[in-house]
Design a protein. Structure first.
Length: 312
């Protein structure tokens, strides 16, 4: 990851997200229909991590595909507002349940407050390194109701991996002037270690909800293309490569604007695979450009895999 600059707001409250994200929603729905239901026949129930305001989920269409929909997010209110905003009929609403208020990777509730205090006070970077390392080595998988374990025919993670530990990155950027460039890089590396540990915990959680023949869909916001990143010129090239099926080329030209978390996810899944040929087969890989907001896009990298092909 590039050395951090002063922290700027990662996401803005954009009222046009439902409109902007229409194509993104359709891509997600298409994968579910074409890769999971039509091919693998898994259409009983679905658990979706990172539901948020549900702007990337067409809940009405999903309710026609599944008998039960479980939405999970750290913020319960966001999910409630998102469901309400879609004006669902009684039948669709009856299929939806939510679980909120949990950290998907087991971060200690006071971790970020403690980290901010250390950074703000200019505590020696080695002490902060030890603090972050201790947190990383003591993560534990969050607990969910026992009846959800090994229960879902489909489990989906939608743009969650990039959000894991992102507050730690933001805090380091906020107090970057308290440390030398060398110290910032060392702390950034330590946060990277925390990321890798947290991603594994999160993937454990995802896998634990899928039943033995269940399908898991990973939706990763792989790279940011934006006005702030000064790389909007890549858009026409990426679009052309998508039209020509040159998916690997897109990963190469966006390697300098990758979003932390997506790479950690794929590395972890690679280690778990029983069938080494899986992700390398582009038939199973999906890419598209997600218009996140005005002058901000993400190159999305998504793939499905059966739980039975993973080592948990």
């Amino acid at each position: 990851m590039k050395p951090l600059k002063k922290f700027t707001q990662y996401y803005t409250d954009d009222k046009n997200k439902w409109e902007y994200w229409e194509a993104h929603r359709k891509c997600i729905l298409s994968i579910i229909k074409d890769r999971i239901i039509d091919v693998q026949g898994n259409c009983d129930n679905v658990a979706i991590f990172g539901a948020g305001h549900c702007n990337d989920l067409d809940l009405f269409e999903l309710s026609k595909l599944y008998n039960e929909i479980l939405l999970l997010d750290k913020n319960t209110q966001h999910m409630e507002d998102g469901i309400k905003s879609q004006n669902l009929n009684k039948n669709s609403n009856s299929k939806i349940s939510i679980i909120g208020g949990i950290d998907f990777c087991g971060i200690t509730p006071t971790f970020y407050d403690d980290l901010e205090r250390l950074l703000k006070d200019g505590v020696k970077y080695k002490n902060i390194q030890k603090f972050i390392r201790k947190e990383a080595n003591n993560l534990s998988k969050p607990s969910l109701p026992l009846n959800h374990r090994n229960n879902f025919s489909t489990v989906i993670s939608t743009a969650v991996h990039s959000q894991i530990c992102i507050k730690a990155v933001a805090l380091l950027g906020e107090y970057i002037d308290n440390y030398s460039r060398k110290e910032v890089l060392k702390l950034n590396d330590e946060i990277g270690y925390l990321y890798s540990k947290a991603v594994k915990i999160y993937n454990d959680l995802i896998i634990s909800l899928a039943n033995d023949s269940g399908s898991i869909l990973f939706i990763l916001d792989h790279s940011e293309i934006s006005d702030i990143s000064k790389n909007l010129k890549l858009l026409p090239i990426l679009e052309q490569n998508l039209n020509e099926g040159k998916l690997t080329d897109n990963l190469v030209i966006t390697q300098n604007c990758r979003v932390r978390g997506s790479i950690d996810c794929t590395k972890d899944i690679e280690k778990r695979k029983k069938n080494k040929a899986f992700v390398e087969d582009e038939e199973f890989i999906h890419q598209w450009l997600w218009r996140f907001e005005n002058k901000k896009y993400y190159l999305v990298y998504a793939y499905t895999i059966k739980k039975g092909r993973l080592i948990s």
